[in-house]
Design a protein around this ligand. Sequence first.
Ligand code: C2E
Ligand code: CA
Ligand code: CA
Length: 759
Amino acid sequence: MTASKERHGSRIANAIIIPMFAVVLIAVAITFGLLIWSAHISDQAAEKSQRQLLNGTLQLTRDQFARQQASVLVKDPIYYITTGPIYDTAWLYHNVALWLKQRYGFSRTILLDQDRKARFVDGPNVYEKWVTRDLLDRLDPAVETVQKRYLASLKALPSGLYYFDPDYRINEHNLSETGLVSIKGNIYLFSATAITPELVKLVSQREPPAMLISFKQLNGELLAEIGRISALEGLVLDSYPAPETSGPLIDLEAPDGHSIGRIHWQAEQPGQEMQTRIAPVLTVLALALVGLSIVVMTFIRQSTRHLASSRADAVRASLHDPLSGLPNRRQFKQLLDRTMNDTQIADKGAAVLYFDLDRFKDINDTLGHAAGDHVICAIAERLQRILPENAIVARISGDEFALLLPDCPNETQAERFMRRLQDMMVQPVSFGPDEIHVTVSMGAALAPRDGLAAEDLLRKADIALYDAKSNGRNRWSFFEPSMQEHVRTKDEIARELRKAIDEDLLDVAYQPQCDSRSGRIVAIEALARWNRRNTGPVPPSSFIPVAEETGLINDLGLWILRRACQDAQCWPDLVVSVNVSPTQFKHPGFVEKVSATLEEFAFDPGRLEIEVTETVFAGRDKKALQSLRRLKDLGIKVALDDFGSGYSSLSYLRHFPFDTLKIDRDFISAMTDSPEARAIVRTIIRLGQALGMTIVAEGIEEKQQAEYLAANGCHRLQGYFLSHPLPAKDLDEFLADHEIQMEMKHQSLEVERLRSAEY
Ligand code: C2E
Ligand code: CA
Ligand code: CA
């Protein structure tokens, strides 16, 4: 992975992962926050209710205290003694103070007379120092309140007397006040109660009542009791000044509002408890979540990196040819568009070249695709070497390349480059032990002469290339407007050819072959002809490759065979040669269709000769060879066409028992000037003879060639010297003429023989 791809991948990954990770962390933090908050809230609520409970319990204790005190006090003797002139202190002590102490544990007692003077404390003759003016002052608010209530309860009668009704107390009018007070550093509960008559009482004046104030120390025992009632643990009482504590507490106040102490306790903290229980589980869950997120994020990170990298690869792949590494058609088109948009192009000019390798299909077919690929790569590499600066080369398809030459104002300049390109091809491409010779055909279009639109220039360069190929190979053509009428793109050819096959617009020409010794016509080769509407004849070298590429050759080949069998019924003594492309052998049912055709026309299989080129052996597919064997089993003859033109012809003779060998036209034409060519031809003939094959020489244009071949034992001769390929109707005439000529030749020879015998 390159650094930039990695960076790009990381950027995308971070854009997803960082927010995601933040969300996870925030979620975890919120969960914990909520836990802590809810624990706090519930602790606060618990504390509040505990405080309420404790306050309630204290109030209850005070109320009980007051009731206990009242139960002793509301007795007439006490009232009379405390309001009368004689204070029976001993009686009071025994019946009140001691009683309260023993019965209810009230440890101290003060009796205040109607003038609020302390008349006795705890017992007779006991006047302890704890009763201070200060204490009495602090109790005063409570005392005064009760006294006021009492006075208010006295109802005035018309007689001027006042009336006290004990029911007043029963009706919930409190004639006692409770509270807390500090005595010598200890905190006491006190209850101050008005001493009232037991029964209804009339008094002459509104006089305040005497008061009994009882005290009970808020000690450990009482605190424990309060704790038990309020169900709170660990109650602790502190008198002021008290040390610092944390936790809940309630303030204890004297009647005058002063703080005198506090009670604090161990708060129950349900929230805290819940928190300690839930927190570990939540922590584990959070860790698991974070762990899972990390795993997911790592995965996302890797995936996005991969994605980014494969996206970059895909972008590259979409713009480049994987084999040669050159830009592909798409990118070439984009670059061309860009160049053509340059405003200076009209001044500087540019050339668009289209070129392809001649006979590339043969290289693929005979030496295999690895060889083809190797050649493409080698050519691509060579091209880069001779490419002018800022020129662009691209592989458009199979063996087609396109070139953009900027700053190329005229044909001369473009030709200079094309010549260099041709020179570059002279050096064969080595592939293992093989030396592959490659030539190229080129087509060129010039901007602005032929246009400024990229698409248009490409099409015109393609047309020019097609023209170069049609006029022989290893050459170039510049686009000319007139070419457009003759030249069509491959797609157009395929479309029209399909139509021509369907509408019977094809034709067959027959080229005769004569026996080299008798001179008699013994065979004819059927050759496809297509006279295209409007534009005239199209050479087979143009449309056969297109038919092979598009698969149309299957229908076309069978059409030719049918027509040849039909026509040849008129020439029962002639062998009929039909060309069959390798693709046809691989087509399912080919052999059956051939045999059905022969049956249909009652055509003797021995008269049919199938011509194949060595490309039929290409590839690992043995199907073609099997089909050939089956054809031979039917009695059909098989000829090896263009022998010597390929790459490893000799070896094929061992692969299959051919009946006929056709020497390639190139050897025949070269024979006139080249002794080597003559030697090769002689060798081929001898080889064929040795293998028991019929040898045919094609492309014979001169009499000497025919004589040389005949003298060297070639069996059949074919070529323009004898006849061009002829339409069926002309062949009849030709055959008749030829027969007459032969007859005349035979007779003149006979006359000559007789003459020489006479003399
Ligand atoms: P081929 O099978 O080698 O056919 C012989 C070619 O040589 C024919 O070209 C013929 O017109 C030409 N020829 C014959 N005598 C001479 C001569 O003396 N001098 C010169 N220069 N040429 C001569 P044609 O008809 O243009 O066919 C070209 C090729 O197209 C054929 O080469 C064959 O490979 C292919 N072809 C033609 N018809 C068919 C067909 O029906 N099926 C298939 N599969 N291929 C066909
Ligand atoms: Ca042929
Ligand atoms: Ca041939």
